[in-house]
Write a new protein. Structure first.
Length: 175
């Protein structure tokens, strides 16, 4: 049995970390939503493998016939505004932390509008979200630096939820 008083994570952080003034309720909710949604996505689409990036292109290829291009383009517009300035990739892009040059080049090509194939656009968005996942779970662990990530996490959740709905595999979890 637990001893003491249980607190929501955001409340505990605010009470115990001096620099936590930057942790808004919106950010706490976005991190929580992203973590839970990613867990379901990885369980349903990852097929029990540690190599999620290699699953993303085949997944995008399968779903490119189901997912609306308008939906993909709307999300792509958000990330293009964030990572492209004056028709060039900006400084923020490097902070995504791509380690695979092929992935980085694909995402750049899509963000710049050079590659307009739906399957590649969807793959690029999934790769961005995958890097957010890695950065959140394995990268910079300073929660006080996350405040400007709320919109990124919310857009990521929107993408993951749509992909899972179209794929339908999540319905078999726990069966």
């Amino acid at each position: 049995m637990l001893q003491g008083v249980f607190m929501q994570a955001a409340e505990w952080i605010r009470n115990n970390l001096k620099a936590s003034v930057n942790l808004s309720d919106d950010l706490a909710a976005a991190v929580s939503d992203f973590a839970l949604t990613w867990a379901i996505f990885e369980a349903s689409e990852g097929e029990r493998t540690n190599c999620i990036p290699e699953k993303l292109f085949p997944l995008a290829e399968k779903l490119s016939h189901k997912v609306s291009e308008t939906f993909v383009d709307d999300l792509l517009a958000y990330w293009s505004i964030r990572y492209v300035t004056s028709a060039s990739i900006n400084w923020r892009f490097e902070h995504i932390g791509f380690t695979d040059v092929r992935h980085s080049e694909l995402v750049k090509s899509v963000l710049l509008g050079i590659d307009s194939f739906l399957v590649n656009k969807l793959t690029a968005l999934l790769l961005i979200v995958y890097r957010y996942r890695n950065n959140l779970f394995h990268g910079n662990k300073d929660i006080t630096l996350l405040e400007n990530q709320t919109d990124n996490l919310n857009h990521s959740v929107e993408l993951l939820q749509r992909v899972m709905l179209e794929s339908g595999k999540f319905r078999f979890l726990g069966s």
